[in-house]
Design a protein around this ligand. Structure first.
Ligand code: GCU
Length: 422
């Protein structure tokens, strides 16, 4: 009897692990699931007012995300030295000033430089800004010969001239479609951007990037409850925020964090964990971004943990294949951003990111926005493509692939003007 029970348990465990790395994109095969309650505290108390949310439920949820998903930041290091390379360069035909600085962190006898590129509209100073990490280096977001090229590690991509894990001139301006800087300036926003790999190169080692600057003696890897890469990238955005608070050309009360894909996951965690940020835009952030994990649609926790073991903390690994045991789901991450404006967007062909799971998550998080009397997602059904819904919490589905497109930015800028800058 005992043996057969043990065998059954081992079978279930193996089966669950096998399932966890399989991907489903058939709506019919989405399992039955129950989301953890947002508005009931751990002691079973109903949360009915913003004060109860802020004092009781929000801290409980935040703690669970730190403990089980993103890991804690293990202590502090000294504020970085700020090296100014360019203070007021003329850009976009005199419409904007360009600034380039390095934040140089020091710890354990090592240094790490993080290059920040800024374009600020002259017509709106101090300017509200969009702050976002880029995938391909600051020089890739605009075809501007003045932008310094990062010397950090980057995954090889010979078609972009990225060889020996280094950027070259060839990728200058390559990603400009994802970063319509002039449109942002015309709408009255500045842009602040950083190459994410400068804070932590995106592969499974914790020897470079920011982590070693924090290690205690003898440590060479974050502990199970300590930050991994997404936690580190989010921390980096907060350090950029520290700098923005000192820059009189920037309105630090109106910093909107934007991120696409893994950087959308990062943006959500950064804004959830640092309440100085005014708002958040999550573009196709998918699994462990805006999408509900319990749907197990597209990328699952098991797949993400297997392919990107560096993203989440050690404690998170136990949820591969065991979504129902997670004490949170991603609607709760979105809710941590309330009452600040939040925009979640998906794309029709991006099934890997589970557009419907992103919509349902935003819909469920809307309960917290409503506590504050704010407009959120009241729609029962997912909207059709190119039909944004909501208000302070908004959602849209765009036709097309996993990318950031002009349609997305048109919605974000219009929404930001309405809900963030007033
Ligand atoms: C992979 C990964 C996603 C991630 C994406 C990206 O597809 O599975 O989770 O969002 O890369 O960052 O582009």
């Amino acid at each position: 009897m005992k043996l057969s029970l043990t065998l059954l348990f081992v079978f279930l465990l193996l089966n669950s692990h096998a399932q966890s790395t399989k991907s489903n994109v058939d709506e019919e095969l989405v399992p039955q699931y129950e989301l953890p309650e947002i508005l009931v505290s751990e002691k079973g108390r109903k949360i009915k007012k913003p004060e109860q949310w802020e004092k009781i439920r929000r801290p409980e949820i935040l703690h669970l995300f730190v403990q089980e998903v993103y890991g804690k930041v293990p202590g502090e290091i000294a504020p970085p030295e700020v090296i100014v390379y360019e203070d007021r360069g003329e850009a976009f035909g005199g419409k904007a000033i360009r600034k380039q600085i390095d934040l140089v962190f020091e710890g354990n006898g090592r240094t790490l430089s993080v290059g920040v590129l800024m374009y600020l509209p002259k017509a709106a100073s101090p300017a509200p800004v969009i702050l976002g990490y880029n995938f391909l280096g600051n020089h890739a977001i605009v075809d501007d010969p003045e932008i310094r090229i990062s010397e950090s590690w980057v995954r090889n991509n010979p078609s972009l001239g990225i060889v020996n894990n280094h950027f070259t001139e060839q990728s200058r301006g390559f990603d400009a479609e994802s970063w319509p800087v002039e449109k942002m300036l015309d709408a009255g926003f500045g842009l602040v951007t950083v190459y994410y790999g400068e804070v932590d190169p995106d592969y499974d080692d914790f020897e470079n990037g920011i982590h070693p600057l924090f290690y205690k003696e003898g440590q060479d890897h974050p502990a199970a409850d300590e930050w991994a890469s997404i936690g580190a990238w989010a921390w980096g955005l907060s350090r950029v925020m520290d700098y923005l608070e000192t820059d009189s050309d920037v309105n630090a009360k109106q910093v909107i964090v934007f991120g696409h894909s893994r950087l959308g996951k990062t943006a959500l965690w950064a804004v959830a964990s640092d309440q100085r940020f005014a708002a958040c835009i999550s573009n196709d952030s998918g699994c462990m971004g805006a999408a509900l994990s319990r749907r197990r649609f597209g990328e699952t926790i098991g797949i993400a943990n297997k392919n990107f073991p560096q993203w989440f903390c050690g404690n998170f690994k136990k949820y591969s294949g065991f979504e129902d045991y997670l004490p949170i789901d991603q609607h709760m991450l979105l809710a941590l951003i309330a009452p600040r404006p939040l925009y979640v967007a998906s794309a029709t062909e991006d099934l890997w990111s589970d557009p419907k799971g992103e919509f349902l998550s935003a819909q469920a998080a809307s309960a917290v926005y409503r506590l504050y009397g704010l407009t959120a997602i009241d729609d029962e059904q997912m909207p059709s493509p190119e039909h944004p819904v909501g208000g302070v919490l908004s959602y849209h589905l765009r036709t097309g692939k996993h990318a950031v497109k002009p349609f997305d930015w048109e919605q974000y800028l219009q929404w930001a003007k309405e809900y963030v800058v007033h």
